[in-house]
Every structure is written in structure tokens, then in C-alpha cells.
Design a protein around this ligand. Structure first.
Ligand SMILES: Cc1cc2nc3c(=O)[nH]c(=O)nc-3n(C[C@H](O)[C@H](O)[C@H](O)COP(=O)(O)OP(=O)(O)OC[C@H]3O[C@@H](n4cnc5c(N)ncnc54)[C@H](O)[C@@H]3O)c2cc1C
Ligand code: SF4
Ligand code: SF4
Length: 406
């Protein structure tokens, strides 16, 4: 079934409840009122959960903890034999397979379905775990599968999810008795700027002449958006040349503009890419091991990856400062963003070249992205839904934005 591509995105309403379709209140194992108590948009981001997991809150004076959360270690890793069809090298899928085959877990809460039509899945076989590989760059109801797992009586679970999934799982487990005897391991993905599938189709239609064949679109460390097509071709557009229509309010979901945990700080291990140097083959990944369980999960694949030290070049802070004005305008004067013209490609390419020499790289690139998204989302909540500020925004984000005089 092909989904209709919206010809434009309507201006959003801000008075509706936030929902990232995480799936926790969409299953039928537990009463909706109880699951809703654990919705991250009711509990707020982090709060007591960081303390519960690590025995302390993050130290905001430590610039790495401020941006990346509490970690035991962070490093880059490349699968010796990357998994075909995985989002990057397939480290997450490989961890899930090994956790299942070794008996550490009896089921994996994850996704099946196509890139724009994800379905929650409880994977309980090798084939079902392999089927879960790859990116679904849209809001995804993973946690419906938590209901399935509980109904089936599975007591050893791996949950793979975005930060809003993981917050809901951590809160639900600690708030209610249902999962008291369930041992949960968590692999987190970094996540930002997510959106409804229909909106993603709209974005595809704005950035490519062949929107129907796009299978993924990533903001990469070379300051370009890489658009992969079914036939293996990749289009590249400098960030600076993106059409303003894809940046205007309403394209990204309100929930994702009110999200304050880009790097999945409550996971046992976060597996991303953007703190690693740019790899044109998309196989170099960035890992943040947070807990003892995270160490155990990584141990499962230790012999199958080449590990290298995390690296960083340049300084993220001046780049963040240079982006604040345009970020503010995006929130406070959205009509101007919509009217702006795209930058001509040669200028965009020149900027990419200059950034490749002077701009932040490695973990400095990740820091830049974490800071500027935190600032944008803070401004979004502060100006458009100020009554939510107190519930949603964690203390370290307030410190981060104060650091920029905001
Ligand atoms: C919307 C979105 C934004 C992201 N932004 C960043 C970013 O800015 N920086 C960064 O470093 N990484 C980001 N990631 C994560 C990154 O794209 C990879 O998913 C991650 O590095 C794992 O790669 P892999 O090859 O090990 O994954 P695979 O082995 O292919 O496994 C991916 C796993 O993630 C699950 N999954 C896919 N899509 C979703 C989803 N929407 N919600 C929940 N689970 C999902 C799959 O079912 C599978 O279990 C983002 C992911 C998403 C979905
Ligand atoms: S974010 Fe999750 S728990 Fe909250 S309302 Fe949406 S589906 Fe339900
Ligand atoms: S950006 Fe935040 S709220 Fe949106 S899907 Fe990702 S983790 Fe959930």
C-alpha cells in the first residue's frame, strides 16, 4: 500500500498532548492509566532515573558527562563482518543475536516492518532477530512488544529502543509490579528529529526527484545529508542547502522537539555513529557503555569487532554559538524559515569543505549536535509550551543552555 505524500505540512498545534507513539500505552496487557503514568511526557526526562541506574546524577561540570551522559567507556568500533542490510555495521543486531544464542535473554523487544511502516516485534528466534535489523526513521511503537513479552511470561528480555522507549521502560518497571521479576537488558540508539511516516514522505519529496525509492536519509559527519536509494545510489546534499520547507515547525513531531535525551542516557549501552569519524562505507560506529550490563552486552561481540579510541578535533562550542541565532529564528520566526531560499549548492559545498578543515570532528561533532538540539528544543518548549518547561526539561539541560547565556 503506498502512503499519500502530503503536499505541505500544516502549522502544528501546541495544545495537544505530546506523544512519540512509543507503544507503551498501546498494548492491552496493563491498564492504559498505569502505562500513561510512565509516559516520558508525563514523567519528564531523566529525573530520578539517572540516579537510580548509576547511583548519582551526571556531573554537569564534566563537559563529556554533560553532553553524553554517564558512561564507563566510549570508543569506536567496526564489525569485522558487517551485517548486510543493517543500518550501519549491524552491531546492535549482532549483540541481540549473541544475547539470544547465549541464553542471556529469551526474547528481544524491537521492530519489524518496512522503513516507513514499522511494527512492534517480540523476536524469539534467530530469524526474527535478523528481521529486525535496519533503520525505521519514523516514530515507532516498539513497546507494544513489551506487552506481548509479559503475556508470554518471558523473564529475560533485551529491549532495543530510542530514548523515549527506554525512559518508559525504566519508569514502568520501577513504578509497577508487573516486570518485577523480569531481567531487562537495554541497547539504546541515539535519536533526534523523528517524525510521522507521512511527514517523512513529505521530506523525501522535498529533497529528491525520486522520493519513492529512498530507503534512508542520514545527517552525516561530513555536513551533508546522505540519501540512500533502493538501487544502491546515494545522493548527497550539504546541510546548508536543505530546502527550508523541511525545517519548518510541524515537520518534526512536537514530541521530538520536546525531547531531552539525544544519547539515550538510561541505556546499558548506546550504539550510534555520529561521535566516530566519518566513514564513507557507513561501518564505523560509536559506542557508549554505561553500565555493567552494557559491559556484558559488549563482551558478547568483543571478538567480532575492531575497536579504536574515541577521537575529537576542533571545538564544538564556537560552532554552537554561531548556530544559535538561526536556531532561535527557526522557533521564534518560523514564517521566515519557510520563506527563506535554499543556499545554492556550490556555496553549500564550499561550506562543507571549510567545515571539514575547521569544524568540529569526532566527539566534538557529536557535542555540537547534542548542544544545538538541546538548545533548539529548550527554546521550543520555553516559547511555545512554557507550562511544560518545569516537567520536561532536566536540570543538566538548564545548565547547558545557561552556559550559552540563554
Ligand atoms: C530516528 C533516528 C535517529 C537517529 N539519529 C542518530 C543520530 O543523530 N546519531 C547517531 O549516532 N545515531 C542515530 N541513530 C541511530 C543509528 O542510525 C543506528 O540505528 C545505530 O547506530 C545502530 O546501527 P546498527 O547498524 O548497529 O543497527 P542495526 O543492527 O541495523 O539495528 C538497529 C536496531 O534499531 C531498531 N530500530 C530501527 N529504527 C528504530 C526506531 N525508529 N525506534 C526504535 N528502534 C529502532 C531496529 O529494529 C534494530 O533492532 C538514529 C536512529 C533513528 C531511528
Ligand atoms: S509516548 Fe508512549 S506512553 Fe506516551 S502517550 Fe504516546 S504511546 Fe503512550
Ligand atoms: S526524538 Fe526523542 S521523542 Fe522523538 S522518537 Fe526520538 S527519542 Fe522519541
Amino acid at each position: 500500500m503506498t502512503m499519500k505524500i502530503p503536499s505541505k505540512i500544516e502549522n502544528p498545534r501546541y495544545d495537544e498532548p505530546l506523544c512519540s507513539r512509543c507503544g507503551l500505552c498501546m498494548g492491552n496487557a496493563w491498564p492504559e492509566e498505569e502505562t500513561l503514568q510512565s509516559c516520558v511526557f508525563n514523567t519528564g526526562w531523566l529525573g530520578i532515573h539517572e540516579e537510580r541506574l548509576f547511583g548519582r546524577r551526571r556531573n554537569s561540570a564534566d563537559k563529556n558527562e554533560l553532553a553524553f551522559g554517564i558512561t564507563r567507556r566510549r570508543f569506536n568500533a567496526r564489525m569485522n563482518k558487517p551485517i548486510e542490510g543493517a543500518q550501519w555495521g549491524g552491531i546492535i543486531t549482532r549483540i541481540a543475536l549473541k544475547a539470544f544464542e547465549s541464553g542471556l535473554v529469551d526474547g528481544v523487544v524491537t521492530l519489524h516492518g518496512s522503513h516507513l511502516q514499522p511494527k512492534a516485534a517480540l523476536a524469539t528466534s534467530v530469524a526474527e532477530i535478523i528481521e529486525s535489523k535496519g533503520n525505521r526513521p519514523v516514530l515507532s511503537p516498539t513497546l507494544i512488544a513489551l506487552h506481548t513479552a509479559w503475556k508470554k511470561g518471558i523473564k529475560k528480555l533485551l529491549v532495543i529502543g530510542a530514548p523515549c522507549h527506554i525512559h518508559a521502560v525504566r519508569d514502568f518497571k520501577s513504578r509497577h509490579q508487573y516486570l518485577k521479576d523480569t531481567e531487562i537488558h537495554v541497547v539504546g540508539i541515539p535519536c533526534t528529529d523523528n517524525l510521522e511516516a507521512a511527514h517523512m514522505r513529505y521530506v523525501f519529496s522535498q529533497v529528491s526527484r525520486n522520493p519513492e525509492s529512498i530507503i534512508s536519509l542520514e545527517f552525516m559527519q561530513d555536513y551533508r545529508v546522505h540519501i540512500k536509494h533502493e538501487n544502491g545510489k546515494t545522493e548527497k546534499i550539504p546541510y546548508f542547502c536543505l530546502p527550508p520547507s523541511v525545517l519548518k515547525p510541524g515537520v518534526f513531531s512536537n514530541s521530538c522537539m520536546s525531547c531531552f535525551d539525544y544519547l539515550n542516557s538510561l541505556s546499558d549501552i548506546t550504539v550510534g555513529y555520529f561521535g566516530a569519524p566519518f566513514s564513507s562505507d557507513w561501518k564505523l560506529q560509536w559506542l557508549l557503555v554505561r553500565t555493567e550490563k552494557g559491559e556484558r552486552l559488549f563482551d558478547l561481540i568483543r571478538n567480532e569487532v575492531e575497536v579504536s579510541a574515541e577521537e575529537g578535533r576542533g571545538d564544538a562550542i564556537p560552532s554552537v554559538k554561531a548556530s544559535i541565532k538561526s536556531t532561535e529564528a527557526q522557533i521564534l520566526k518560523p514564517e521566515l524559515t519557510g520563506q527563506r531560499k535554499s543556499m545554492p549548492k556550490p556555496f553549500g559545498e564550499l561550506l562543507c569543505f571549510l567545515q571539514s578543515i575547521k569544524g568540529p570532528r569526532g566527539i566534538e561533532f557529536a557535542r555540537y549536535s547534542v548542544h544545538i538540539h538541546a538548545i533548539r528544543n529548550y527554546l521550543f518548549v520555553k516559547h511555545l509550551t512554557p507550562d511544560r518547561l518545569k516537567i520536561l526539561v532536566p536540570e543538566h539541560i538548564l545548565e547547558l543552555v545557561r552556559g550559552y547565556g540563554l
